[in-house]
Design a protein around this ligand. Structure first.
Ligand code: 4NP
Length: 153
C-alpha cells in the first residue's frame, strides 16, 4: 500500500486539486486498492471548509468530484503515516519540515521537481488561474504515479 499526502498552505486550492486529480488517475490506471491519498495545509486557516469554488469548478469541468473533501492542517503524525508528502511550493516544504520534525529527503518532495519544470505550483488563491493549477497538478501527478510504480519494481 502506498500512502500519498499532498500539501499546500490553505488546503483549499492546490492540494485538494492535486489530491482529486491523483485519485482519479490512480483509479483510471486500476491501482485504487493500492493507494491511500489525502491532502493537508501547513496552516489551519480553512480547517473544515470544502475546496475553493475555483478548484471545484475546474475539477467539475473535467468530471472529477470533490464530494466530501474538507481542509485539515498538517500534523506531526502525518510523517509517520505517509510515504510521500508532496508539497506545492518551497514555502510549503519549509513549513512542513517544521511541523513534521525530521522528514527524509525522499519523503518530502515538491510536486514539479518530479518533472522537467522544477518550479512552484503558483497559488490560484492569488492568481485566479485555476486552469494553470489543473494543468501543472496533472503534469506532476502523472510523474509522481510513474515514479511510485517504478520505485516499487
Ligand atoms: P492553497 O491557497 O494553499 O493553494 O489552498 C491558499 C488558500 C488560502 C489562503 C492562501 C492560499 N489564505 O490566505 O487564506
Amino acid at each position: 500500500m502506498h500512502h500519498v499526502l499532498f500539501v499546500c498552505l490553505g488546503n483549499i486550492c492546490r492540494s485538494p486539486m492535486a489530491e482529486a486529480i491523483f485519485r482519479n488517475l490512480v483509479k483510471q490506471r486500476g491501482w485504487e486498492n493500492q493507494f491511500i491519498i489525502d491532502s493537508a495545509g501547513t496552516s489551519g486557516w480553512h480547517e473544515g471548509e470544502a475546496p475553493h469554488k475555483g478548484t471545484v469548478a475546474e475539477l467539475a469541468s473535467h468530471h472529477i468530484s470533490t464530494k466530501g473533501m474538507m481542509s485539515r492542517p498538517l500534523q506531526a503524525k502525518d510523517g509517520e503515516v505517509f510515504e510521500y508528502i508532496v508539497c506545492m511550493d518551497n514555502s510549503n516544504i519549509k513549513h512542513a519540515q517544521e511541523i513534521l520534525g525530521g522528514p527524509s529527503d525522499k519523503q518530502l518532495i515538491r510536486l514539479l521537481d518530479l518533472t522537467a519544470k522544477k518550479i512552484d505550483v503558483p497559488d490560484p488563491y492569488y492568481t485566479g488561474d485555476f486552469k494553470e493549477t489543473y494543468a501543472l497538478c496533472t503534469l506532476g501527478c502523472e510523474a509522481l504515479f510513474n515514479q511510485i510504480i517504478k520505485e516499487q519494481q
